[in-house]
Structure formats: structure tokens, C-alpha cells
Design a protein around this ligand. Structure first.
Ligand SMILES: Cc1ncc(COP(=O)(O)O)c(C=O)c1O
Length: 494
């Protein structure tokens, strides 16, 4: 210890460096860019190696560099259209207008970074704007209140606590098949996918999972269970991770009316659908005709730059969890931090001033038609397509009809999704898997993607279909070593 102190005293810089391992990577060096090989090495040794390895086998591990908000370059310099990002990049990657504003925020701003213990100007402004925006669509929310956190799952955790605090005697939550609400333990309890839930039972709360879109069943189950025992119904207006599943148009309205009649709370999970992606600020309200009691937001609120999430609740519900002496019953260190709030505020400004919500609706409609048209011409590749605003999906035909790979029964759906994603990647389009629908690949382009890039994206998808023609052909075009690794991953998850 004495020796170290002497070192530090003799030369602060060298002394500090001596305390670090010899292979330490300096932040300044990463700014210039780490060699791609090093990135993958580090990720495989010290990160989620299974995931990075399979992405690497698929040739989609990157690391990618941002060329402009809508294009990515891989380590070989191949440039692709970015329609990935799981709906979290409403303005594309590093949009200059947001980056410029942030640079000003960092240079000129004087707010504390984490103003948890005091009021903060950025947080106040975003709280105010979110409630004003919501109340302009659902006037009953004029006195609702906001709680900020850092991810979609955390916004759901907050929603669960709000509902439980407001209805302490009610033990059950109703959710829907195909739903995705996140993977932290509470949110996972509401995400009825055995791939994610297995191994974690008993889950954090009791969910009753019903078919998405079936009002009769919902009514029957409420009556059978007893409304007093149900805290809340949690619903995505359009299910994103299930592969863009749109319920019958009267479902959300009917669900809201049923819940209100029985005194059950409603939680609209707008984490993926909200703030423009589906062509509405709040799809549950503006498209679905619901007036939810609690609304969760995340993804777009962070402008593709920082994680920001929000849970909005009606005043009495908010007070039930955080009122009076309970004000610290739910909190986190980073939620409401000035940087996140500044990004959120500016992102909403841009979405509004550039008319991106309306644009998502019109461009999304065009994209949906284009995708459907391609699928109709290549029925041996595509089983169907769906779209709602800038949330578009193609379901691929199974790439195999018989279990053939590696002597094990592969999960054909998993394999199909991976191969479909690879096919589009090779064609020059970066897309998304769907966490609850293995064969569905989704396009979630930035809401401001230029028309020429948007159209080029479909041209590439069509070209890829034309080159492959049948789903199984995608397999034969994949090098054997890669195919073996991907097949093993699809079969075993490893
Ligand atoms: C509807 C919905 N809810 C919750 C989540 C979880 O968000 P996060 O991944 O930020 O935890 C997601 C993520 O895709 C989502 O689509």
C-alpha cells in the first residue's frame, strides 16, 4: 500500500496507470475506434458470448459504424440500410439535429446530472410535456403524473407497483398470449413465452393469460375470477414482438369499457407502439379508443441515444404508490436524469415539428403494401406480411420441412428466422428478429427515413427474394460451417 501511495505521489499519471492491468483500454482510444477483431474478442470473452458468437456465424455481428442516420457500414465497408433497432431509433442513428442539441446541452447546460434530490428543469419540462401531450388526446389525464426510469421493463415494473398499490387486495393481472413486456422478473411474469419464463418459476406475480383480441373470453374470465381479485389488464395496442399483431379494432375499446365497468385498472404498454412508431402518439387511445389508467413509454423517448422510460398514471393511482409519506416507496438512481430528459424533450420536439407521426402512418402504409406485394409474388419464401405504421413484418416459410440438421430436431422456426434475417442482411437491409415469433422478421426504420432510402430497402428485399425463390434455397446458399453453427444454435439455443 505504502509503495502504491509513493508511486502515485511521485507521478500521478504513471502511478494511476500502474494500478491498472497492462491490457487496459483507454476511453480515448475507443473514440478513434477499436479494431473489429478486438471488439469481437472482447465481446466473446467478457460479454454475452453465446449471442455474439451466433451473430458472428451469421455474419451480422458487426461492429457497425454509423454512416448517416439511415445507413450502417460493416467492418468490410459494406453499407446497409438500417431498419433494425427494435423501434428505439425514431430519428435514425446519431441524427445531427439531436447530436447538435446535445453538444449544446453539454457545453452550455448547468443542470445537475442526476437531480434526484431536487427539482430539475429538464425533468420538469418533460413531465409537463408528456402530460400535456397525453391530455390533448385523452383529457381525463390532465392531472396524471409521470415516473421516469431507464428501460421498458423498468417502466412495466413501475406500472405493476402502481397497480398493486392502488388495488392492494387484487392478486391477479390479466395479460395476453404473444405479449412482450420485458424480462425483469415482474415484467417477465407478464411475458408468456416459455423460452424466457422457464427456470424462473414461481414468477413474481400471478398472470392470467388470455387470447389477444377475444373480448368474450375476457369478460368470462373476469366474471369467473371475480373483478376484485384482478389488479389490472396489461395490453400492447399492437403486439410488436409477437410479430406485429393487430387486434380487431373494437378490442381495445371493449377491453377498456369492461375494465371500467368492473373497476379493474388498465395498463397500455406503449413502449414499442407509442410516440409515433404506429402513426399515433398513443395508439391505444387514438386508434384503439381506450382511455388507459396507466401508460408505459420507453424506446422512442430516448431518441435512439440514451435509455429513457416513463410510466404515467392517473393521480389517485400515482398517489397510492408515492403519495404523502410514501414518496420514496418507489425510486431509482438514474430515472429522470437531466441528460435523458434533454434527449427526450428534444426528440419529441423533432418528432412533432417534422410531422413524423403522420409520416409514419403514410410511409408505413406504403411499406406495408410493398411488402405484401413482394410476399404475394414469392409465396415459397413468405407466409405472410403485416404492418402498422413503421412497424412492418414478414413471416417466412419454414426453411426445412423435415428435421435434418446435426441429427437433432432443430427448432425450424428459430432457424428460419435466423436465415431470413441473414438473407436480408446480405441483401443490404439490417432488420430485427421478433422475440415472440421466431419466423417473423421486422422492419422498424427511422420515422424520418428518406423516401429514396425507404424505397431502396424494398427493392433490395425483392431482389433477395428473386435470387432465392424458395425458403430452403436460403439454406443452400449458406456456407456449411456457418450453417452447422446456426443449426446447432436453432436446435439447442447454444
Ligand atoms: C411492448 C414492449 N414492452 C416492454 C418492452 C421491454 O423493454 P426493454 O427491452 O427496454 O426492457 C419491450 C421491448 O421490446 C416492448 O416491445
Amino acid at each position: 500500500m505504502a509503495l502504491l501511495e509513493n508511486d502515485v505521489a511521485a507521478s500521478p499519471t504513471t502511478g494511476t496507470e500502474k494500478l491498472l492491468p497492462a491490457n487496459w483500454v483507454k476511453a480515448d482510444d475507443v473514440l478513434g475506434g477499436l479494431a473489429a477483431g478486438k471488439v469481437l474478442d472482447f465481446e466473446i470473452t467478457a460479454g454475452n458470448s453465446s449471442l455474439i458468437r451466433i451473430l458472428d456465424h451469421m455474419g451480422i455481428a458487426g461492429p457497425f459504424k454509423v454512416v448517416d442516420p439511415w445507413h450502417l457500414a460493416d467492418p468490410e465497408g459494406v453499407v446497409r440500410i438500417n431498419a433494425g433497432g427494435y423501434s428505439a431509433s425514431p430519428l435514425g442513428d446519431r441524427p445531427p439535429v439531436l447530436v447538435d442539441f446535445l453538444t449544446r446541452y453539454l457545453r452550455e447546460g448547468t443542470s445537475m446530472g442526476l437531480p434526484q434530490q431536487s427539482a430539475g428543469d429538464w425533468r420538469a419540462a418533460l413531465e409537463h410535456n408528456l402530460i400535456a401531450l397525453l391530455a390533448s388526446r385523452a383529457p381525463s389525464h390532465a392531472d396524471s403524473q409521470v415516473f421516469f426510469s431507464n428501460s421498458g421493463a423498468e417502466a412495466i415494473e413501475s406500472a405493476i407497483k402502481f397497480a398493486r398499490a392502488a388495488r392492494p387486495k387484487a392478486r391477479y393481472f390479466i395479460n395476453f398470449s404473444g405479449a412482450y413486456h420485458g424480462k425483469t422478473l415482474g415484467a417477465l411474469s407478464l411475458t408468456p413465452n416459455p423460452t424466457f419464463q422457464d427456470g424462473f418459476q414461481p414468477l413474481a406475480l400471478d398472470a392470467i393469460t388470455l387470447p389477444f383480441g377475444d373480448l368474450d373470453r375476457l369478460e368470462m374470465v373476469i366474471e369467473r375470477t371475480g373483478a376484485d381479485r384482478i389488479a389490472a389488464i396489461v395490453v400492447e395496442p399492437i403486439q410488436g414482438e409477437a410479430g406485429v399483431i393487430v387486434p380487431p379494432q373494437d378490442f381495445l375499446k371493449g377491453l377498456g369499457a369492461l375494465a371500467q365497468k368492473h373497476g379493474i385498472l388498465t395498463i397500455a404498454d406503449e413502449i414499442q407502439t407509442g410516440l409515433g412508431r404506429t402513426g399515433y402518439w398513443f395508439a391505444s387511445i387514438e386508434w384503439g379508443g381506450m382511455d388507459p389508467d396507466i401508460i408505459t413509454l420507453a424506446k422512442a423517448l430516448g431518441g435512439g441515444l440514451v435509455p429513457v422510460a416513463a410510466t404515467i398514471a392517473r393521480k389517485p393511482i400515482y398517489k397510492a404508490l408515492l403519495g404523502g409519506s410514501h414518496s420514496k416507496r418507489h425510486s431509482n438512481t438514474f430515472g429522470g436524469n437531466s441528460l435523458g430528459m434533454a434527449v427526450g424533450l428534444k426528440s419529441l420536439d423533432i418528432i412533432a415539428s417534422e410531422g413524423l407521426v403522420e409520416r409514419a402512418r403514410t410511409m408505413g402504409e406504403r411499406g406495408k403494401r410493398r411488402l405484401a406485394d413482394i410476399a404475394a409474388r414469392y409465396p415459397r419464401i413468405f407466409a405472410g406480411t403485416r404492418g402498422f405504421g413503421m412497424l412492418m413484418a414478414a413471416q417466412f416459410q419454414p426453411v426445412l420441412s423435415v428435421p435434418a440438421l446435426l441429427g437433432r430436431r432443430p427448432r425450424v422456426g428459430e432457424l428460419t428466422g435466423l436465415v431470413g434475417l441473414m438473407m436480408w442482411h446480405r441483401a443490404g437491409v439490417q432488420a430485427n428478429l421478433s422475440l415472440n415469433a421466431a419466423r417473423v422478421i421486422r422492419l422498424t426504420p427511422a420515422l424520418n427515413m428518406p423516401e429514396a432510402v425507404f424505397d431502396e430497402m424494398f427493392k433490395r428485399i425483392e431482389q433477395a427474394a428473386n435470387e432465392h425463390r424458395g425458403a430452403w434455397k436460403m439454406l443452400t446458399r449458406t456456407p456449411a460451417r456457418r450453417l452447422a453453427a446456426i443449426g446447432k444454435f436453432a436446435a439447442t439455443g447454444k
